[in-house]
Design a protein around this ligand. Structure first.
Ligand code: S3P
Length: 436
């Protein structure tokens, strides 16, 4: 794909439904009794992987694009899949479904694409094994690979579930996927289960599971759940994904003579770091029409062209903007002065090693960037020029560098933009709808 810098942008749009919330609506609907109806579900490849895994586990799910109907069978209604559960590119599917499968009285085999086969799973194997589940990893060529041999523990792997004990887990990482896997396993345990994280991560599991009827409580960075609740199907309206809105926030701020309104965006405080960072950089960002939808805070976001300046991003804010760091790095390259990002070592184990991939691509566009083990330092200012971008099949890299290319001098080429389908299939149509 080729991108040039000929545009200004005007108008309004609604970004697709939130990826984290869409995944959870399928999973929690599947293990609840009765019908769950989901509107504004994200029809991205990751969420479709979640649907297909639960269909293989015996759940009837109808998806006609405008709404998804899940015919839930209750906590103990899943049945063993005949084949491998294919999680595709989705870390959220892999880790959350593992929490549920840990509580089932049958074995399940999980596998995904080449990216998922490199992502660390030991972070869920450790607490779920402590609760009583058993895991066996296989190397990609099919031979059993001893868990002790690898620090990471990767897909493909087999889970043997059943007979779980409640635990209190002190998580070494601030990860909503780890927290959610343990809490979901806690639904099947013989007593209370709790998780304490070093820094609070996104809390959609806690909010939505409580709406389905679970006895789940949060106190600071600790969340606890009681086993064997009566979960009942719900109607869920998924808010727009702030992680997708982030590309339009950045586009609105760094493009000249531009004004963009993004409607119906989830602004949960465990996800709103991009708004705080944009404001700290001097961005003209206004929240309009704030309201609550399906238990989640939502607003429309108005952004206007701004002169951005550098900022420091580290500590507790990091989990609230972890997926937005590729586009924040692009904003930093267009800002005046220095931006530092630290405490973000998790970027190394996302869909790609995002610290390395952001560095490689921003350098190719002429930016000054120094990577660190847990972040990066970017000297903003000089006009970026077009370049050949390697996306490494990472959807967030493709979208962030599309926004960069739209504001760089000359032509930018992406080696593969099809990966945007993971979280935002209509990304390029939505960009075009704003061009003037
Ligand atoms: C997610 C949690 C985050 C995030 C991912 C979605 C979730 O991952 O990066 O895109 O839906 O729980 P970690 O839990 O690994 O931080």
């Amino acid at each position: 794909m080729q991108i040039t810098d000929k545009y200004t942008f005007h108008g309004e749009l609604s970004v697709p439904g939130d990826k984290s919330i869409s995944h959870r609506s399928i999973m929690f609907g599947a293990i609840s009794k009765g019908l769950t109806e989901v509107s504004n579900f994200l029809q991205g490849a990751d969420c479709l992987s979640t649907i297909s895994c639960f269909q293989k586990l015996g759940i009837s799910i109808e998806n006609d694009a405008s709404r998804v109907l899940i015919h839930g069978k209750g906590l103990h209604g899943l049945t063993q899949s005949l084949g491998v559960l294919d999680v595709g590119n989705s870390g959220t599917t892999t880790r959350l479904i593992s929490g549920i499968l840990a509580g089932q009285p049958f074995e399940s085999m999980l596998d995904g694409d080449s990216s998922i086969r490199k992502r660390p799973m030991k972070r869920i194997f450790t607490p779920l094994s402590e609760m009583g589940a058993k895991f066996q990893c296989f190397s990609a060529d099919g031979f059993p690979d001893c868990l002790q041999k690898t620090d990471l523990g990767c897909a493909p792997f087999r889970i043997s579930g059943g007979h779980l004990h409640g635990i209190h887990y002190l998580s070494p990482v601030a990860s909503a996927q780890v927290k959610s896997a343990v809490l979901l396993a806690g639904l099947y345990a013989d007593g209370k289960t709790s998780v304490t994280e070093p820094v609070l991560s996104r809390n959609h599991t806690e909010l939505m599971l409580s709406g389905f009827g679970a006895d789940i409580r949060s106190d600071g960075t600790t969340s606890s759940i009681e086993p064997e609740p009566q979960l009942l199907g719900q109607n869920i309206h998924v808010p727009g994904d702030i992680s997708s809105a982030a590309y339009f926030i950045a586009l609105g701020l760094i493009s000249p003579h531009t004004e963009i309104k993004i409607n119906n965006v989830g602004i949960n405080p465990t996800r709103d770091g991009i708004l705080k960072a944009a404001l700290a950089m001097g961005g003209n960002v206004t929240l309009l029409n704030e309201r609550t939808v399906s238990g989640e805070p939502v607003a429309d976001i108005l952004v206007k062209s701004s002169t951005l300046h550098g900022t420091d991003i580290s500590g507790e804010i990091i989990p609230t903007l972890i997926d937005e760091i590729p586009i924040l790095a692009v904003m930093a390259a267009f800002a005046e002065g220095t931006t530092t990002i630290r405490d973000a070592g998790e970027l190394r184990v996302k869909e790609s090693d995002r610290i390395a991939v952001i560095t490689e691509n921003l350098k190719a566009m002429g930016a000054t960037i120094t990577p660190a083990e847990d972040g990066m330092t970017i000297e903003g200012g000089p006009q970026l020029h077009g370049a050949r971008i390697q996306t490494h099949a990472d959807h967030r890299i493709a979208m962030a560098f599309t926004v960069a290319g739209l504001n760089a001098l000359g032509e930018t080429t992406l080696d593969d933009e099809t990966c945007v389908a993971i979280s935002y299939p209509s990304f390029y149509e939505d960009i075009l709808s704003l061009t003037t």
